[in-house]
Design a protein around this ligand. Structure first.
Ligand code: NAD
Length: 484
């Protein structure tokens, strides 16, 4: 079936203003299976205008928090109803097994929408005691107002879930949105917008403009009526967005990349750590921002752990993810395939040893073999750069201090995992590691109520939890003079 996808603006489907289109390519077959509208500045103008009208006296602006919450609950139910369809959309677009989004992305997205339904009615202001105004008493209170039209720019690796992280919070806060999905994965965002219409959200509250980052993304960042950019993606694009939107004083939230350490102490449960490290390396073909791609292992268990991890890598059944028994599909696109292979070659050239995998040369499809390096050091490119593929780098340490120093010797700081059965050490190391989220004996737990985001090059701001909704508001203070 050939997919013909268009923008969704003010409740209706639109071609790009100049008719251009972007091909959608299947990563398993490398065949074109459809196309999406290649958005223009004019398309962005139209979508932002629709979103802005809803805030300026439109039906959306008249709803209170409880009413917004009811709509979010309905949307959650519809997403649940269409779980299989949405999981298939995301999986097919990037060659991922649909089992992962069914088990992980969709339940998380549904939980986020339900949680946000509750947040919508809890965005309270404060009353603040003050010293009065030139001798006269005053009453000062604050209200939380929606920040305005949000430009939500989303990557391809977990498109529905990441779109919902933004959408749930900003709708709870009373904002409206123009979503720019990744050019590889527009399907689920478009379906989400249709479901929102079915739930009863007024047309124009949720708009989707498909297209490229340097056209649609840039136009959102430059648009005078866009108040906030919520971006998830690479540090390179994040830097560009910060430059463009930042100078215009737009609010900017950046969820960027990672090179997350998994620290395996010699007292860890070997089997648990092995399972967790394999999951952190190979889930979604390693195309996960929190991928635990730096495995820091105590020297006394390093050989045994490396051998076991290599066995686990070799046991992964790579192929067409729709076939039974296949655990890992291809990486999402040709550029990603080239990037992962380039880094594997760089690891070899810089002197690391392969325990499993290596440069891949499949006949067709962007398949990469799960790859494990050992004899690596933390200065190598494979230890410092985000590869975004199923590639793990093992580095040994001798002491807890060294493990912490290695963990923190990174420009990134998104996530980290500590594997140990020593409770005191677990908390001590978790406190010392510079990251937005640390898992103790579990890799990258996600929950609608937990904040998510990074330090250093991993980004600015947090999504998730009640504070994630607060981040889409401005606090306004109102002071009334109370003469006696
Ligand atoms: P990307 O930066 O290439 O693209 C992300 C989105 O930004 C796409 O929609 C793209 O079209 C758009 N874009 C690109 N350049 C832009 C520009 N100059 N202005 C405006 N928009 C622009 O990233 P990707 O390859 O889609 O995703 C992979 C990256 O995303 C990895 O670095 C990964 O770690 C990161 N990521 C982070 C998180 C997180 O929560 N921290 C989650 C998932 C992915």
């Amino acid at each position: 079936m050939t997919e013909h996808l268009n923008h969704f603006i003010k409740g209706a489907s639109f071609e790009a203003s100049d008719g251009r289109r972007i091909n959608l390519v299947n990563p398993v077959t490398e065949q074109v299976y459809g196309s999406s509208a290649q958005g223009t500045t004019e398309d962005v103008d139209r979508a932002v205008a629709a979103a802005h009208r809803q805030l300026e006296g439109g039906a959306w602006s008249q709803l209170d928090g409880a009413q917004r919450g009811q709509l979010l609950s309905k949307l959650a139910d519809l997403v649940e109803r269409d779980t299989e369809l949405l999981a298939d959309m995301d999986a097919n677009a990037i060659g991922r097994s649909p089992i992962e989004p069914r088990r992980m992305d969709l339940p998380n997205a549904i939980a986020n929408l339900h949680a946000a339904a509750g947040w919508a009615n809890q965005l309270e202001g404060r009353t603040i005691p003050t010293g009065g105004y030139f001798g006269t008493k005053t009453l000062s209170y604050t209200v939380r107002e929606p920040v305005g039209v949000v430009g939500a720019i989303v990557p391809w690796n977990s498109p529905l879930m990441i779109t919902v992280w933004k959408l749930a919070a900003l709708l709870a806060a009373g904002c409206t949105v123009v979503i720019k999905p990744s050019e590889e994965t527009p399907q689920s965002a478009l379906h989400l917008a249709v479901l929102a219409q079915e739930a009863g959200f007024p047309d124009g509250v949720i708009n989707v403009v498909t297209g490229y980052g340097n056209e649609v993304g840039r136009a959102l960042c430059e648009h005078p009526l866009v108040a906030k950019i919520s971006f998830t993606g690479s540090p390179e694009a994040g830097r560009e967005i910060q430059r463009t939107a930042g100078v215009l004083f737009k609010r900017v939230a950046l969820e960027l990349g990672g090179k997350s350490p998994q620290i395996v102490f010699d007292d860890a449960s070997f089997e648990d750590a092995l399972r967790g490290c394999a999951l952190g390396l190979f889930a979604n073909q390693g195309q996960v921002c929190a991928a635990g791609s730096r495995i820091l292992v105590h020297r006394s268990i390093a050989d045994r752990f490396g051998a076991a991890l290599a066995d686990a890598a070799q046991a992964v059944n790579v192929g067409d993810p729709r076939q039974p028994g296949v655990q890992m599909g291809p990486v999402a696109k040709k550029a990603q395939f080239d990037r992962v292979n380039r880094y594997i070659q760089l690891g070899i050239d810089q002197g690391a040893s392969l325990l499993a995998g290596g440069v891949s040369t499949p006949e067709r499809g962007w398949f990469v073999r799960p790859t494990i390096f050992t004899n690596a050091n933390n200065a190598m490119a494979i230890a410092q750069d985000e590869i975004f593929g199923p590639v793990g780098t093992l580095i040994t340490f001798d002491s807890e201090e060294e493990a912490i120093a290695l963990a923190n010797d990174s420009s990134y700081g998104l996530a980290a995992t500590v594997w140990t059965t020593d409770l005191v050490r677990a908390h001590r190391v978790a406190a010392a590691v510079k990251a937005g989220a640390v898992g103790i004996n579990c890799w990258s737990p996600l929950d609608a109520n937990l904040p998510w985001g990074g330090v250093k090059t991993s980004g600015i701001g947090r999504e998730g939890g009640f504070a994630g909704a607060v981040a889409y508001t401005e606090e306004k203070v109102i002071t009334v003079l109370l003469p006696s």
